[in-house]
Design a protein around this ligand. Sequence first.
Ligand code: SF4
Length: 358
Amino acid sequence: MTFPAARRKTVQISVGRVRVGGGAPVSVQSMTTTNTADADATIQQIKRLATAGCEIVRVTVNNRDAALALREITGKSPIPVIADIHFDHELALQSIKNGVDGLRINPGNIGSRRKVQAVVLAAKERNIPIRIGVNAGSLEKEHLITYGRTPRAMVESALKHIQILEKEGFDQIKVSLKASDVARTVTAYRLLAEKVPYPLHIGVTEAGTLFSGTIRSAIGLGILLAEGIGDTLRVSLSADPVEEIKVAYAILRDLGIRRRGVEMISCPTCGRAEIDVISLANRIEKRLFSVQTPLKIAVMGCVVNGPGEAQEADIGVAGGKNIGILFKKGVLVKRLPPRELEETLIGEIRALTGEEIF
Ligand code: SF4
């Protein structure tokens, strides 16, 4: 069984060649951590992210040098690039000129209507969408005074920005409402989902380190996605952004929303364990990270219970003191010395997927 029963219906927009909303697959995003003005370093990081499965990448455009570097970055990026801009409409115009596939800017913070119109016109000409990104940490005074730092305030802020764009006849809109705690994030998205037809970019912001941020994101995004809310997502971690992609796919995979790469089943070990499952499972998971073919694999601690407990796995190994086994769908296919378990399993997966594994 998988989640959700039905996805929320939204209009569809396109970020470069990636469709968002309107029944398109939930896409995975991340953000570079390099100095955007350093085009080489930024392109290198984008390529690593793309290899890991990132489908849309956002770069901060905080000054003129960053906006200028976009020409080279967008020319060489294998995935659509979104410029993240605060306040400065000149940077938005330059970014559009230099080939970005989307903007993240809050129109209410741009300034005069003339400036908003200039950005909207340029976005329309290039047919690129704008994401409105409301963050609980930086809400406008008027909403804070009326509602406090609450989900309602976040939604009111988003609606205000949306209306500014709609007034200019612009509807290529995507919205995010991020807070650093799960409850506010989930409540805000639920509220907004009932009010607007636009696709939602979901995420828990400043979620934390690899450990705590993974848990917080899995809970927050898991709740929303299980309810059919969310069209594109970013997991925010204080870690290498490649880790964000791994976590994002694990969340989508465990909900049955996207199937990509290896799903690992490994036993917690117990007194029956006859091999070191913990180090074997971790080594194998690391080696299989780049595999894209959907596959369920198992690493189990004993030959008596392992194959049965991992019946759903396409392929797996189970340890034994002197003799381990390779099994497929719970059925034994080969006996082999424990020291050969890892390479045999990797070899089988290589043959099954046709992909390179190191
Ligand atoms: S597979 Fe074997 S070792 Fe692993 S938890 Fe089950 S009984 Fe214990």
